[in-house]
Design a protein around this ligand. Structure first.
Ligand code: ADE
Length: 213
């Protein structure tokens, strides 16, 4: 999968993706990640990508022509899904991650400042939020979404970890409690049944303890 990111801070993506599962996915070429500096499509020679809002108001808005030019260059003839990060967007879910994991190319546009010219919304397929709180920009949401999509791609996780995804419904997760050594710590013991070595009983216990989180 090819993933393009349009951001004012493309360097923010370097260190989080230089470790762990995402690094593995990049090394194995399961994903290819290209982070583009939005200023490449600046509307003036000073590198400006934003402008004052018509009708007044505080802050600056990212211009529609900047994003249009960026998408024209990045999209080429590819069948791409374009995602705009925004606190007022549709809430990101595991189900969306599953659907996006089937795409060939995802393009994320990271929001900044006070927002975008509303016409940017017409240029994208989805306007997406990662939760009901306001962040300073769309870089962290984009990283969260890339992480959750990438872990679903073939070859990124081991088989056991992959199966875990089966327990997710749209907005919740079914899980049973798990323990490792030591069997007793500060007076708290691992449930006896897990030490019994009886796989049938253990399975029954795990099923009974599954909880919606
Ligand atoms: N930009 C600012 N806050 C955001 C959020 N919660 N989700 C996505 N993009 C954002």
């Amino acid at each position: 999968m090819k993933i393009d990111v349009i951001s004012l801070f493309p360097k923010m993506f370097e260190s989080p993706f230089a470790e762990g599962m995402i690094k593995r996915a990049l090394d194995k070429k399961i994903i290819e990640l290209e982070c583009h500096d939005m200023r490449k499509w600046a509307w003036n020679s000073y590198g400006a990508v934003d402008d004052r809002p018509y009708g007044g108001g505080v802050g600056m808005l990212i211009r529609v022509d900047v994003i249009d030019q960026a998408l024209k260059e990045i999209k080429k003839n590819k069948n791409s899904k374009v995602i705009l990060t925004s606190a007022k967007g549709k809430k990101f879910t595991q189900q969306m991650a599953r659907e996006w994991s089937k795409e060939d190319n995802l393009i994320f546009i990271c929001g900044r400042y006070e927002g975008f010219d509303e016409r940017v919304v017409d240029l994208v397929d989805e306007e997406v939020s990662i939760g009901e709180y306001v962040l300073t920009g769309g870089e962290l949401p984009t990283m969260v979404m890339i992480d959750s999509v990438t872990r679903l791609l073939d070859g990124v996780l081991g088989k056991d970890e992959s199966n875990k995804d089966e327990s997710f419904s749209e907005n919740s997760v079914l899980e049973y409690p798990q323990y490792t050594r030591p069997a007793e710590y500060l007076g708290k013991n691992v449930p006896e049944i897990l030490l019994s070595g009886d796989p049938k009983k253990i399975k029954q216990w795990q099923e009974a303890k599954k909880e919606l989180k």
